[in-house]
Design a protein around this ligand. Sequence first.
Ligand SMILES: [Zn+2]
Length: 213
Amino acid sequence: MRRYHARQCQQPACGLRFPVAVDQALGESCPRCGAPTSISGEPYHSEEARALGDRAPGLALELLVDNVRSLRNVGSMFRTADGAGVQAIHLGGFTPTPEHPKLAKTSLGAEQSVPWTYARDGVARARELLTRGYRLWAIEGGPRSCSVYELPRVQPNKPVALVVGHEVSGIDPRILELCEQIVRVPMLGLKGSLNVSVAFAVVAYHLRFVTSN
Ligand SMILES: [Zn+2]
């Protein structure tokens, strides 16, 4: 595991503090002002949450990503899906797939551990998930939506497929009408919604570790 130490700029008006890998001969001058820096404190390494005995409760969770344009958002959702024990990701419409070479930049390889499918018609894929016994839960706002923090407890024997849609126009109405539940993440500020991959992370982790626990 790579070790780091903190360096700090010796110019009092600057004082920038930043990490440098111990095996790297970088950072002797401040990246902000160019003054000399010095090492501050003992070397350390980044801690992983993995292998601390976290267990996934029984709820089977999948994800339908229909017409999400951004590679970063899709890559980020693969990484989150891997962490939250999501069993499969179904990509629809113009959503980029892991065949795109740049997707791994944000997924950090999670597309290797989360199985995925691709369908040109996301509505057809949504219907297929229904026939496989999945309940479809849209992540979206609007008057029909229920806050993720007010959801009833989930019965683990009834699998759920979360649905996210286009960053601007939202979920296709033909998919939305197939959804049993519309789940929103509460918004207290000026903006009407979170980034789609962040909203998915909030809902997936809540369902996985709180609501179905
Ligand atoms: Zn400096």
